[in-house]
Design a protein around this ligand. Sequence first.
Ligand SMILES: Nc1ncnc2c1ncn2[C@@H]1O[C@H](COP(=O)(O)OP(=O)(O)O)[C@@H](O)[C@H]1O
Ligand SMILES: [Mg+2]
Length: 391
Amino acid sequence: MTASHAASDASGADLALSSVTKRFGSFTAVDDLDLLVGRGQFFALLGPSGCGKTTTLRMVAGLEEPTAGRIDLAGKDITRLKPYKRPVNTVFQNYALFPHLNIFENVAFGLRRRGVKDVKGQVQDMLDLVELSSYGGRRPGQLSGGQQQRVALARALINRPQVLLLDEPLGALDLKLRRQMQIELKRIQTEVGITFIHVTHDQEEAMTMADTIAVMNEGVIEQMGGPTELYDNPATTFVSNFLGQSNLVAGEVLGQSGHELVVAVEGSKLGVPMDRARSTSGAVWVGVRPEKVFLAASGTETEDNDNVLRGAVVTDVSFIGVSTQYLVRMPWSQELTVFEQNTGARESFRPGDAVDLHWMAAHTFVLDAAQDAHAGDETYDADLAPAGAGT
Ligand SMILES: Nc1ncnc2c1ncn2[C@@H]1O[C@H](COP(=O)(O)OP(=O)(O)O)[C@@H](O)[C@H]1O
Ligand SMILES: [Mg+2]
């Protein structure tokens, strides 16, 4: 995708990064990045630690100068504009509140600095927005982590920035609080209508909050789109593993039949919708999400247009309450993962059971085999993989 400068005004795009590169010495932290963020969007920049997310945000904020490329905000080139001249504010993970000022004064800070005399109404509105109406007189130290983060948000939003940058803002909170704050942040963003660019390494967080996610890896954007689009139709092995989990099996394209690509996998023929095939010839990875796959006792009849892989053995059963997570060993000794809802419709399989796997062809995707099948899989450890496992 190429960002054009014209797109950053009339078309409603708020922020445009065009061929932005940042090098630290000989190390390239951000590599020729193109990014368009629409006005009023909740945009997530998602990627593992060290992939260049913070560096990207810092360039948007003006805290870091790009080595090459340009940044436009509402059609205006801001690449070399001083940070304080940009209509941009940042919320960090560590809140960075002023400990000696009370909550009211922390929130009022930006207005006071601009010489605004009557701050009371605006500060109170902001405290209402973040649901801390009666906390104005307290010190930051007297608030919980989640409350402090809401103060940090109010302190940034009171400046009415055109773009709010959030760098792992929920990273310091425990899981339950983080879930609450995710909903809270989304509500606030909808209410104020300001463009949010949210940086996170947490895929669930990005998926629950953002309209658009850009998945970043080693300084480049691997794929950009809505959460369901990225999840259902990943373009790379990295995206398929980093966003949720995927089963990837090695296959060889046989040809095309109607709207489907036909791929041979260890003696079985699998169908893949053409619009989910990122590679249409030669060696490929055939992918399917664990919750899309059904287990059946070995030899059971399956639907005509289902993809089927037979001859598996259950090797592990993890009961998680709402679901059961199965590991099954395929005849070619690769282990695949299957998630099953615990509807109680039938008994669970046990380790050692012989099973077949089947799923709708429509739920299959195909990726270029030139990529590492384990890219983006943070749980994979090559040293622990079973010997002889295909991937
Ligand atoms: N000032 C700097 N000098 C040298 N290397 C840096 C500097 N800032 C960041 N880096 C490197 O750039 C890469 C990307 O960093 P960063 O943008 O902070 O990643 P993320 O926020 O995705 O974790 C990392 O390898 C980091 O060590
Ligand atoms: Mg960072």
